[in-house]
Design a protein around this ligand. Structure first.
Ligand SMILES: Cc1cc2nc3c(=O)[nH]c(=O)nc-3n(C[C@H](O)[C@H](O)[C@H](O)COP(=O)(O)OP(=O)(O)OC[C@H]3O[C@@H](n4cnc5c(N)ncnc54)[C@H](O)[C@@H]3O)c2cc1C
Length: 459
């Protein structure tokens, strides 16, 4: 069966919706009986890992249970930021930003990449001290981040709402539901076999190491597997006796119809996050609001999340249970047979319902902040499940208990921007090369070797 490696229908336009259940299947690559590497998951991490591996001359198959970028990778805000990130991530983010520019220049599609800058806006004068404390991390890597005065902030973003801002002019943005599918098409052109609507039910393990994967369309033999399953990674690992303290939160997003430009980049205060899209609308989101649905994994991992809860309890709304079929749902099976459909086929695309009240609030906040833009219309609203680790940085490492398996998950709210860089690092790990960056902060064992949970100085 043929794969479509050419440009898709999105060329020249930016659809104002993320990828969903009815989005067409684009990739139907024939599963090879044997390959060098199987990548599980077609989000930005899996796709960029696969692309990078293929450019090294390795044979790669990427299996995605739903659609390329159907989950977090098309549902995000589209910020590509170094500002506020963990110091251990910063060198990889900067590499990723260089890669984003190459992707925009060489992948042959307009992914909406712009260097529009990122601003954190201080609604209270006290916020500025927190912003200032992050500046040494920016300086350490030569980043152009600086504090703006009240007047400079108002000159940048015309509203009388803020005392000042933390501003990184070099930070970027791109259109998620355009960019990641474009990356997948580039991966196909580089030789990756991509199959959508094809869940991996389990890992094939022989003599204690990876021997292949079992998918709903059969087995692929391989000695190396990359798990980039986003919010589903821990469910697959648990089936093979490997535990990670991964949890997810629901985050609501809204897209306005095209409106007069008030600011061309991405910005947030403590209530409203907004980014100008290429189609002339704004992507809006609550700056500090997410919903956590309590399931069995939450109880197991609770102790490790106490530092995060202490730091940020007010922005989390707790719900007693996730809808059926969610990765940490009470009735979601934790074990299943290879020869029957499992939980990944039961939920092809995790498409949570957005918080309707918050969507209305976002519209009001934007109109109050920017009356000059006039009344705005919300064109679409959606939500995504953001997967995270207790210290808000990912796991990027080999899995010690399963030789041959490399894990890249827990990207939290910043995996889109850093995605190409993580893909590069993971590909190097898989190929047995020097990863080129210090990955100790992202090691697999940090949650089991007695290390304290280190939240780092991220903003
Ligand atoms: C609302 C929201 C706003 C965000 N804003 C930003 C932002 O502005 N900037 C930023 O940098 N980041 C942002 N993020 C975070 C970013 O989107 C994620 O960190 C990133 O997309 C994660 O990529 P991923 O490839 O790890 O996971 P995903 O994109 O979730 O992809 C994982 C894929 O694996 C597939 N899969 C899982 N299990 C299996 C299996 N067994 N077999 C086959 N396939 C499987 C899933 O179907 C899924 O498509 C945001 C996230 C959300 C939800």
């Amino acid at each position: 069966m043929e794969q479509t490696g050419e440009r898709g229908a999105v060329e020249g336009q930016m659809r104002a919706f993320p990828i969903h259940q009815d989005s067409p299947v684009e990739h139907r690559g024939d599963l090879p009986p044997e390959t060098d590497v199987v990548v599980i998951g077609g989000g930005v991490i899996g796709v960029m890992t696969a692309w990078e591996l293929a450019t090294k001359g390795l044979r790669v198959a990427l299996l995605e249970k739903g659609r390329i970028a159907g989950e977090q990778s098309s549902r995000n805000w589209g910020w590509i930021r170094a500002q506020g990130r963990d110091p251990a991530e910063l060198p990889i983010v900067l590499e990723a930003q260089r890669m984003w520019q190459q992707i925009a220049a060489t992948f042959g599609e307009d992914i909406g990449l712009r260097q529009g800058g990122v601003a954190y806006l201080a609604r209270h004068a006290a916020d500025l001290a927190g912003f200032e404390a992050w500046l040494p991390h920016a300086r350490a890597v030569g980043l152009d981040t600086r504090l703006l005065t009240r007047a400079e902030t108002e000159a940048l973003i015309p509203a009388k709402a803020w005392h000042g801002a933390l501003w990184t002019a070099s930070d970027m943005k791109a259109e998620p539901w355009v960019a990641v599918p474009a990356m997948a098409r580039a991966a196909v052109r580089a030789g990756v076999v991509i199959r959508e609507a094809c869940a991996v039910r389990g890992l094939d393990i022989a003599a204690g190491r990876i021997a292949g994967v079992i998918s709903e369309r059969g087995r692929i033999a391989c000695s190396r597997v990359v798990l980039a399953g986003g919010a589903w990674s821990s469910l697959l690992l648990r089936r093979h006796g490997v535990r990670i303290p991964q949890l997810s939160v629901r985050a609501t997003v809204a897209a306005t119809a095209p409106v007069a430009e008030v600011f061309g980049g991405a910005a947030t205060d403590d209530r409203l996050a907004f980014r100008r899209r290429s189609d002339g609308g704004y992507t809006l989101a609550p700056a500090a609001f997410h919903e956590f649905m309590i399931g069995p994994d939450a109880f197991r991992a609770l102790g490790k999340y106490i530092p995060q809860l202490r730091k940020d309890a007010s922005s989390t709304r707790f719900l007693p249970a996730a809808p059926a079929g969610y990765p940490d749902g009470w009735t979601t099976p934790r074990s299943w047979a290879d020869d029957r459909p499992g939980p990944f086929e039961a939920m092809r695309i995790l498409d949570p319902r957005p918080h309707a009240g918050k969507v209305q609030e976002l519209r009001q906040l934007f109109e109050q902040t920017f009356p000059q833009a006039g009344p705005i219309r919300i064109e679409a609203a959606w939500a995504g499940m953001i997967d995270t680790m207790p210290d808000v940085v990912p796991i990027v490492d080999h899995v010690p208990a399963l030789p041959g398996l490399t894990l890249a998950t827990g990207m939290a709210g910043h995996g889109f921007g850093i995605g190409p860089g993580i893909g590069r690092v993971v590909a190097r790990l898989v190929a047995g090369e020097d990863p080129g960056f210090d990955l100790r902060r992202f090691r697999f064992n940090r949650f089991s070797d007695g290390s304290p949970i280190d939240l780092g100085p991220h903003l």
